[in-house]
Design a protein around this ligand. Structure first.
Ligand code: C5P
Length: 220
């Protein structure tokens, strides 16, 4: 288990956890890991290898064979998979859709949780995901769970993507988000940890949310 400071930030799709987590990490001088990247990386590698992402055994074998490394670069943290920087490819539409069966694969989850715990042993870190407070780091120093309404989250995701080449319409963003919420909510570990501080970000911007978290961390 972790012996360094670990700040766990969980929350549903587009709750702002990655943006806020990155700001908190930068202000505190901690490393930052978006665990969603790791599920996306397995989906990306599976698609590249031509696998059927619903094939439980093939995908879990693949996940076990990948070496993932988090490195700091000038443009922020990067995820290297088998030495290749695939960070920029993780948010493409086909990866976004392929990640759903990957995240539902119990063996993949076991492999990735193990790797995430290992990364956390390297020093202070802000980790964001769905199950950090419940599964990856139940003994985290402090845990947060960010929420916001589905409409607010869909609007944020839509704004984020609207100038990209395959940007979806708002209605499509909302539909996908509702679908992913339904899948996430079926996993017990994706619910807030009992000891998490819940922050509703509907009326808070990134700076305000980060401030609230830092105040609580510094007061902890
Ligand atoms: O947060 P993000 O959208 O990047 O997550 C990608 C996928 O990985 C989602 O389907 C999410 O449910 C899953 N995930 C997970 N556990 C985590 C982080 C992400 O199941 N700790």
């Amino acid at each position: 288990m972790t012996s360094h400071t670990t700040i766990a930030i969980d929350g549903p799709v587009a709750s702002g956890k990655s943006t806020v987590g990155r700001v908190v990490a930068r202000r505190l001088g901690y490393r930052f890991l978006d665990t969603g990247w790791m599920y996306r990386a397995v989906a990306y590698a599976g698609l590249s290898a031509g696998l059927d992402l619903h094939d439980h055994d093939e995908v879990s074998q693949l996940a076990g064979s990948l070496t993932m490394r988090l490195v700091e670069a000038e443009r922020g943290e990067r995820l290297l998979v088998d030495g290749e920087d695939i960070t920029d490819l993780l948010h493409e539409s086909h990866v976004e859709q392929g990640v759903v069966p990957v995240a539902a694969n119990r063996s993949v989850r076991r492999v990735l949780v193990q790797q995430q715990r290992l990364i956390a042993t390297d020093g202070p870190i802000v980790m964001v995901g769905r199950d950090i407070g419940t599964m990856v780091s139940p003994d985290a120093t402090i845990k947060f769970y960010l929420t916001a309404s589905q409409e607010t989250r869909a609007r944020r995701r839509y704004e984020e993507r609207k100038n990209t080449p395959d940007s979806p319409a708002y209605k499509e963003v909302l539909e996908r988000l509702v679908h992913r919420d339904r899948i996430d909510s079926q996993r017990a570990e994706s619910h807030p940890a009992d000891d998490a501080v819940i922050i509703d970000t509907d009326s808070l911007d990134v700076c305000e949310t980060a401030r609230r978290i830092i105040d609580l961390v510094e007061g902890a």
